[in-house]
Design a protein around this ligand. Structure first.
Ligand code: NAD
Ligand code: WQD
Length: 346
């Protein structure tokens, strides 16, 4: 049975200062939850949390710490009566994971193991895990459906997500007190409608939308489009882009659904595939800025096209993406135009 009495409860959000975590923390506060954020700030700014508090008009608790630090977790769980955990903390750059597999397995796998061990010791058994469409692997037919088996993702990043899913499934099989949602995000983009919060990657962006937005705002010269010879409608890769506030609301729904014993995987996507060229054109139309680009070689590991079948999340969680591509692009641009350097002042 879904838990109906979750509000006013404290939720631990690991990685809550990051892109998806900060937007989800805002959605949780707006839904009436209390929020404790644990974040090492390795890839985030505390300013994101200040803006969450500003927008909601309520405060959250921030703890600077590492999810691999068992003592830190034990102290946190003894001090706060945590009802459920949403686990975002992790490293997410695919190419970096190929170069530094140990760092990725340590943070993403070991961090998740340490978190679960500390949760078990504190008798906290409700968990929402940030998984990824990448767990379907390179050979899966589209659209991706949850009942399909996991594949073997090409990168250590993807493999780390598949491994943690397996660990959580085994944990649920061994102990019926656990209730776990595995949320498989497709391509999160966009920003909070206020323009005060958004994605703020460190260094050169790996992902398409932050790169386009930085070209539009004058921080980068030209976009490189990675290949135009794919077997797609216009030759560029197609992805299922989903608004970060839709994702945030998906986490609240998943949390409210926790309570049944076991692990449940859900796709969080729109079910629509958009090409790189279509994205560039939409961004130009919405922002009124020209996005100069060159077509370069394919990026190693990129798949031609994949998108979600999001039916299960609708049927079981009552979740469906509400925002369309124009909304995603407009909100990205509003954030980037108002904050050309992200959360840092210069
Ligand atoms: P992000 O980098 O903005 O957020 C991750 C957060 O975790 C950051 O705030 C970072 O400082 C923190 N962190 C990293 N290592 C930590 C550690 N050891 N201890 C404590 N905090 C730590 O990334 P995001 O886009 O918000 O992604 C959040 C989660 O969703 C990640 O697990 C990511 O793998 C997953 N995910 C992201 C995408 C995407 O495209 N953005 C897609 C699928 C899944
Ligand atoms: C989108 C499209 C590129 C940048 C990654 C991870 C995935 C998930 C989401 C975490 C692709 C093209 C990109 C650029 C380009 N993350 N592109 N020029 O690769 O679909 O997914 O982020 O779980 O696991 O793999 O997203 O935004 O990098 O790329 O042409 O400068 O844009 O080739 O077709 P991707 P992306």
């Amino acid at each position: 049975m879904p838990d109906t009495d979750l509000q006013q409860r404290k939720i631990l959000v690991t990685g809550g200062a990051g892109y998806i975590g900060s937007h989800t923390s805002l959605a949780l506060l707006e839904a009436g939850y209390e929020v404790v954020v644990l974040d090492s700030l390795v890839n985030a700014s505390q300013e994101a949390l200040r803006r969450v508090e500003l927008l909601v008009g309520r405060s959250l608790t921030f703890i600077e710490g590492d999810v691999r630090d068992r003592n830190c977790l034990d102290r946190l769980f003894s001090k706060h009566d945590i009802h459920a955990v949403i686990h975002f903390a992790g490293l997410k750059a695919v190419a970096e994971s190929v170069a530094e597999p140990l760092a990725y397995y340590d943070t993403n796998v070991n961090g998740s193991l340490t978190l679960c061990q500390a949760m078990q010791a504190a008798a906290i058994f409700r968990l929402v895990f940030s998984s990824s469409a990448t767990v379907y692997g390179p050979d899966a037919p589209v659209p991706y459906r949850e009942q399909m088996p996991r594949g073997w993702p090409a990168s250590p990043y993807g493999a780390s997500k598949a491994m943690v899913e397996r660990v959580l499934e085994d944990l649920c099989a061994a102990d019926s007190r656990w209730s776990v949602a595995l949320l498989r995000y497709f391509n999160p983009i966009g920003a909070h409608e206020s323009g005060l919060m958004g994605e703020d990657p460190r260094g050169i962006p790996n992902n398409l939308l932050p790169f386009i937005a930085q070209v539009a705002v004058g921080r980068r010269g030209r976009l490189g489009i990675f290949g135009s010879d794919y077997p797609t409608r216009d030759g560029t890769c197609e992805r299922d882009y989903v608004h970060v506030m839709d994702l945030a609301e998906g986490h609240v729904k998943a949390l409210e659904h926790l309570g049944s014993s076991g692990s449940y995987a859900y796709n969080l996507g729109t079910g629509q595939a958009v090409s790189v060229l279509a994205m560039v054109n939409t961004f130009q139309e919405v922002s009124g800025k020209e996005i100069p680009y060159d077509v370069s070689q394919r990026r190693q590991g990129d798949l031609a096209a994949f998108w979600a079948d999001p039916t299960l999340a609708f049927d079981e969680l009552g979740w469906q993406a509400q925002r369309n591509l124009d909304d995603m692009v407009r909100d990205t641009w509003r954030w980037q135009a108002a904050n050309p350097h992200g959360y840092s002042a210069e």
